[in-house]
Design a protein around this ligand. Structure first.
Ligand code: NAD
Length: 358
């Protein structure tokens, strides 16, 4: 337990953030959640903890330097877990501007405010303070059939999203080397689990399957991602916060490389088991192949041996156990999905923007 320590979590109303806030509170931390509530931020994901005495929600933008100074002055956090971001690759193809603003400028403003605050701290608190920047394996580009991303893999981002995350990773690194701010960066693979906005593959497929709609699979469906159960990721983040060495980066993966078509077929099979179609047919019949995403990276795979050997973290879920839990969660919480599907998003195809290469 970590009672007494206060964490500032940015983007805590998003998918990973909401799971992290819950796990951090359960681990004894107090949590300040700063979130702008973009289309991806849903306070209803945290309805169960909103009255927890250790939880404070602040509605605001990480680009607002004055607000950040005020938060640091008032709440005196012992560490920051920075998750706020524009996170959807397809949206970055249609409109990169917001990605530059939040992911790069916002991270810069947070670093500036954190540096000012950190410098003012007494020695003991200064030494234990950490700025944990949450990033993605997409900064490393695309892999062929063999090999894994390690912490030494050169950066080669291919989408405006991954380029904006790569930029923020470099800024974070520079604040450690230039100013001594004790930063740590994590690069993780695709997360799945409860409370994911239904534009991402797994909730999108579940939602459309249950409505009897087509299940779009990009290209030939053979793109490979390494899937990580979101709660395993959150436990890894708290491990890095507590034990990670300043200036280091840690890759986090779930040891679960799967093709997109395998994911979709697995979801169809679990729906056949948990909620069979009324007409007796199989959900797989709803699968359709659609033109590929522009610049679609072929394969990502993470070598997570550093965090395992240095910090002793291990994922608790295999893909098979995690995906069963996930499907059950979406079936039992259909009101959560309905409550966030307002007039602005209807599970339509994004990411074919005019500027995109076809
Ligand atoms: P998400 O899109 O579900 O949530 C992002 C949250 O950030 C939302 O609550 C949103 O309201 C908030 N936000 C956006 N702009 C903001 C701003 N300017 N100020 C304050 N809050 C703002 O994202 P996620 O999937 O939970 O991802 C969280 C982090 O993890 C991101 O940094 C993302 O790049 C990284 N990541 C995600 C995955 C994944 O599979 N989901 C994989 C690797 C890395």
């Amino acid at each position: 337990m970590n009672s007494g320590k206060t964490l500032l979590i940015t983007g805590g109303c998003g998918f990973i953030g909401s799971n992290l806030v819950r796990i951090a509170l359960a681990s004894g931390y107090s949590v300040i959640n700063l979130d702008k509530l973009t289309y991806a931020g849903n306070p209803c994901s945290l309805a169960d903890v909103e009255n927890d005495p250790g939880y404070t929600f602040i509605h605001g933008d990480i680009c607002d330097g004055e607000l950040l100074d005020e938060i640091f002055r008032e709440h005196q956090p012992d560490g920051i877990l920075h998750l706020a971001a524009e996170s959807h690759v397809d949206r970055s193809i249609d409109g990169p501007e917001a990605f530059i603003q939040t992911n790069i400028v916002g991270t810069f403003r947070l670093l500036e405010a954190a540096k000012k605050y950190w410098k003012s701290l007494p020695e003991e608190k200064k030494n234990s303070f950490r700025f944990l920047h949450v990033s993605t394996d997409e900064v490393y580009g695309s892999l062929g059939p063999e090999g894994f991303f390690t912490e030494e893999t050169p950066y080669a981002p291919n989408s405006p999203y991954s380029a904006s995350k790569a930029s923020s990773d470099h800024l974070v690194r520079s604040y450690y080397h230039t100013y001594g701010l004790p930063t740590v960066t994590t690069n993780c693979s695709n997360n799945y689990g409860p409370c994911q906005f239904p534009e991402k593959l797994i909730p999108l497929v579940l939602n459309r399957a249950l409505k009897g709609e087509s299940l779009p699979v990009y290209g030939d469906g053979m793109n490979i991602r390494d899937w990580l159960y979101v709660e395993d990721h959150c436990r890894a983040l708290l491990t890095v916060l507590e034990k990670g060495r300043p200036g280091e980066t840690y890759n986090i993966g779930g040891n679960s490389e799967r093709t997109n078509i395998h994911i979709v077929r697995t979801l169809c099979g679990l729906l056949d088991e948990f909620r069979p179609r009324e007409d007796g047919r199989k959900y797989e019949e709803q699968i359709t192949f659609v033109p590929d995403r522009p610049g679609h990276d072929r394969r990502y795979a993470i070598d997570a041996s550093k965090i395992k050997s240095e910090l002793g973290w291990q994922p608790r879920e295999t893909f098979e156990t995690g995906i069963r839990k996930t499907v059950r969660w979406y079936l039992e919480n259909s009101r959560w999905t309905e409550s966030i599907l307002d007039g602005t998003y209807r599970c339509e195809r994004l990411g074919l923007g005019e500027g995109a290469k076809s």
